[in-house]
Design a protein around this ligand. Structure first.
Ligand code: FE2
Ligand code: FE2
Length: 188
């Protein structure tokens, strides 16, 4: 059986790589149909990876006492919020508009797009847990700063989970979607 769960799969399942074999990642930048809008979409993914690293790295630093708690609280509020809001907007648009467009262009990949939509549902749950843990920490650092550090291990668990999840989801999504766009000249 095909392994589609984001928790266990090791990459884009083989039967979803039909076009990836003809359009390997290394060849995308030189392809004439690798349009600016595709590059912008991948740029958004890069920004999510980066925001995830900042939030996780800062949490590690404050635990190791390499960052001032006040500076950390500011970063967490700012970058954590950016990460959560932008991710919700991005994958909401993918579910609503982008994936249906791709399915209309090439029905062979509807199973792959369903897999990515299931990722999005899991991501929602992950982002909710991250938001809850971050808000709890921020509230305590405001109301009762001496109790706030006790919340950090729980928060670190969530910031760490986001990084691994995003790496798998975003990479597989690009491997499935970019070859469809190039093959059907959807943005070129
Ligand atoms: Fe995406
Ligand atoms: Fe996505």
């Amino acid at each position: 059986m095909t392994e589609t769960s984001i928790h266990t799969r090791q990459g884009l399942p083989t039967e979803m790589q039909i076009l990836l074999r003809d359009y390997p990642r290394e060849a995308w930048p030189d392809h004439p149909d690798f349009a600016e809008s595709i590059q912008n979409w991948m740029g958004a993914h890069q920004m999510f990876r980066r925001l995830g690293e900042i939030v996780h790295g800062s949490t590690q630093q404050v635990i190791e006492r390499n960052m001032d708690p006040e500076a950390y609280a500011k970063r967490l509020g700012q970058y954590g919020n950016l990460l959560v809001q932008n991710l919700h907007g991005h994958h909401g648009w993918e579910d609503r508009a982008f994936f249906p467009e791709l399915t209309r262009a090439d029905a062979r990949f509807s199973g792959g797009l369903d897999m990515l939509e299931t990722d999005h549902e899991e991501l929602d749950a992950l982002l909710d847990r991250l938001t809850t843990a971050a808000n709890r920490y921020l509230k305590l650092s405001d109301m009762s700063p001496k109790d706030a550090p006790a919340e950090l291990p729980a928060l670190l668990k969530e910031t760490g989970a986001i990084g691994g999840f995003l790496e798998r989801h975003l990479t597989d999504e690009e491997d499935l979607v970019v070859p469809i766009l190039l093959h059907h000249k959807l943005r070129g």
